[in-house]
Write a protein that binds this ligand. Structure first.
Ligand SMILES: [Zn+2]
Ligand SMILES: [Zn+2]
Length: 192
């Protein structure tokens, strides 16, 4: 297990993700339209999305995340009223993490915010799932295939859903939505 530095592109926002290993989190590439829209809105499609429009995300609990500097730079976008909170930094528009809300012990850290360097494969493990592949941008050159993952699914695979919900249930009982760098203790976001 390792502690991974979190840092926005300009260095104003810094933090740490603790106890990171391929088994303490889940590496997923999401190809959904909302993830692509988010990257577009913050003007970071070039370095957030892979060649097929996928976003590399590492799913952990908020209790593993500490923001040590620049918390006041955190902002969020909701692409629809019931949409998830998509956190980014105001200073340099680096995507930070996706959260369902203050009560659920779940955060998907966007790869740009994690300073793993070339070690990401070793520290986070290989991509375990590709989800929402119907949203992927098909390769123009048909001889090139989609990025491979251990399990690839058109939508959200039921096995992954069960794993996420089982994990959420256990993490919720253990109170791993706290401490939470993105929501105050009354459940309101740290930024308007
Ligand atoms: Zn920044
Ligand atoms: Zn998505």
């Amino acid at each position: 297990m390792a502690d991974i530095a979190l840092e926005c592109s300009c260095g104003k926002v810094k933090g740490v993700a603790r106890n990171i290993s391929p088994t303490t989190g889940r590496r997923v590439i999401c190809y959904c339209g909302d993830c692509q829209n988010f990257a577009k809105k913050i003007g970071r499609t070039d370095d957030v999305l892979n060649a097929h429009g996928g976003t590399d995300i590492f799913q952990i609990t908020p209790s593993q995340v500490e923001i040590t500097q620049g918390q006041d730079q955190l902002r969020y976008l909701k692409l629809s009223e019931k949409g998830i909170y998509r956190w980014y930094t105001n200073c340099c528009q680096t995507p930070a993490g996706n959260m369902v809300g203050p009560k659920l012990p779940f955060i998907g850290i966007v790869h740009n915010f994690m300073a793993c360097g070339d070690d990401s494969e070793k520290v986070l493990g290989p991509v375990r799932y590709s989800v929402m592949e119907q949203g992927a941008i098909k390769p123009q050159d048909t001889t090139k295939s989609m990025p491979s993952a251990e399990k690839s699914a058109g939508k959200f695979p039921i096995g992954l859903m069960i794993k996420i919900f089982a994990r959420l249930f256990i993490d919720k009982i253990q109170g791993k939505n706290r401490p939470n760098a993105f929501f105050k203790s009354d459940g309101t976001p740290v930024s308007e």
